[in-house]
Design a protein around this ligand. Structure first.
Ligand code: PHE
Length: 335
C-alpha cells in the first residue's frame, strides 16, 4: 500500500509540471484527491487494515495528500500571476497627453512687449477697432486731403467710421479722456487694405507707446527704446535712428535694430544691410497736443508704434506672415 501511495505521488509530480491553466489544475485536483481518486479508494480500505499498517500507511497518506494540495495551490498562484500581468497596467508607458493648447505666438510677443513697458511704469490702454476719422487722421494732424493719408490707407465701415489703420488712435482717445502726465502702452489690431503676401496682411497688430510730461526730450525716447530693444532681443543688440516723417510727431524717426539673425554682418533676412526696421517714433507734434486741448507750451512727450508681426517673425525666425492667421495647429503648437 505504501508503494502504491508513493507511485501516486510520483505520477502527480510529473503531471503538475505540464499543467498551465486553472482548468487543468482543477482536473488534477479531482484526479488525485477528489472523492473518486485512487487516494480516496485507499482511505476506504483502511478499516480492513491492522492497526500497525494503519499507523504507517495513514501517515504517508496524509503527507501525500497535503503535499498534493500545497503544490496545487502554489501552481495556481503562479499561473494567476503570469496571466494577470498580461492585462496589468504598465506604469512605464507615457500617459496620454491632454491637448490643452497654448498661447498664440502673436499674443506671446505682444505680452512680452507690454510686460517690458509695464516694468518701466507704463500702464495699458486699449481703444476701439472701429474709429472716427478724427481719431485716425485729423486729431493726429493728418489732413483728410493730404498725401500722408495714403500711408494709412483705410477700410471704411460707413461714411464717417473706419477700421483703425494704426494704434495711434488710442493716443488721441487717452489724451481726450485724461490730463497729463501720461505713460501708456497700447496694444491692438489694426487694418489696412493691403494685398496679402509673405510680409503683408489686411489685419495686423501694433503696440503704441505714449509718454507726456514736463521736459520730456528726444534722449528720453532713445533711452527708453534702448532698454526695450535690449530686453526684447538681447544685450548686444544695437539701435539705429533714421530721420523720417510722421504728421503726428516732430521730429520723427524710423528705428532699426541690428539684425538679430546675423548680428549686423549682413544676411538674407536683413537684405545684407545688417539692420531691421522695427518701429516708428518721434516727439509728439504740438499740433496734436492742441487737438486734444493740452497746452503745448507746458507739456512735451514722445510716441512710438511698432508692428507685432514683424517682431514675432524676427524673434521666432518666421518668414511668412500668413502662417500667423491660418490656424494651422502644427505651426502653432511649436510656440
Ligand atoms: N502710427 C505709425 C504707423 O503706423 C507709427 C508711429 C506711432 C510713428 C507713433 C510715430 C509715433 O506707422
Amino acid at each position: 500500500m505504501v508503494e502504491k501511495i508513493k507511485k501516486i505521488q510520483q505520477d502527480f509530480e510529473k503531471d503538475i509540471q505540464a499543467a498551465t491553466s486553472p482548468e487543468s489544475l482543477e482536473e488534477m485536483r479531482i484526479k488525485y484527491i477528489g472523492r473518486k481518486s485512487e487516494l480516496a479508494a485507499i482511505s476506504k480500505m483502511f478499516p480492513t487494515l491492522s492497526s500497525e499498517e494503519k499507523a504507517q500507511a495513514g501517515q504517508i497518506l496524509n503527507v501525500c495528500k497535503k503535499t498534493i494540495e500545497q503544490e496545487l495551490d502554489k501552481k495556481k498562484t503562479e499561473i494567476q500571476k503570469t496571466s494577470t500581468s498580461k492585462d496589468a497596467i504598465d506604469v512605464t508607458i507615457d500617459a496620454i497627453k491632454k491637448n490643452i493648447g497654448s498661447l498664440h505666438p502673436l499674443t506671446k510677443t505682444m505680452d512680452a512687449i507690454v510686460e517690458i513697458f509695464m516694468s518701466l511704469g507704463y500702464r495699458v490702454a486699449e481703444g476701439n477697432e472701429i474709429e472716427t476719422e478724427f481719431a485716425n487722421f485729423e486729431g493726429l494732424n493728418i489732413p483728410l486731403d493730404h498725401p500722408a493719408r495714403d500711408d494709412f490707407d483705410t477700410f471704411y465701415v460707413d461714411k464717417d467710421r473706419l477700421l483703425r489703420s494704426h494704434t495711434s488712435t488710442v493716443q488721441i482717445r487717452v489724451m481726450e479722456k485724461q490730463a497729463p502726465p501720461i505713460q501708456m502702452i497700447m496694444p491692438g489690431r489694426v487694418y489696412r487694405p493691403d494685398a496679402v503676401d509673405a510680409t503683408h496682411s489686411f489685419m495686423f497688430h501694433q503696440v503704441e507707446g505714449l509718454m507726456v510730461n514736463k521736459n520730456i526730450r528726444f534722449s528720453d525716447l532713445k533711452g527708453t527704446l534702448n532698454i526695450f530693444a535690449k530686453q526684447m532681443f538681447g544685450d548686444d543688440v544695437k539701435l539705429r535712428f533714421r530721420p523720417s516723417f510722421f504728421p503726428f510727431t516732430e521730429p520723427s524717426a524710423e528705428i532699426d535694430v541690428s539684425c538679430i539673425m546675423c548680428k549686423g554682418k549682413g544676411c538674407r533676412v536683413c537684405s545684407q544691410t545688417g539692420w531691421l526696421e522695427i518701429l516708428g517714433a518721434g516727439m509728439v507734434n504740438p499740433k496734436v497736443f492742441k487737438n486734444v486741448d493740452y497746452d503745448p507750451d507746458k507739456w512735451t512727450g514722445f510716441a512710438f508704434g511698432m508692428g507685432v508681426e514683424r517682431i514675432a517673425m524676427l524673434k521666432y525666425g518666421i518668414t511668412d506672415i500668413r502662417l500667423f492667421f491660418e490656424n494651422n495647429k502644427q505651426f502653432l503648437s511649436q510656440f
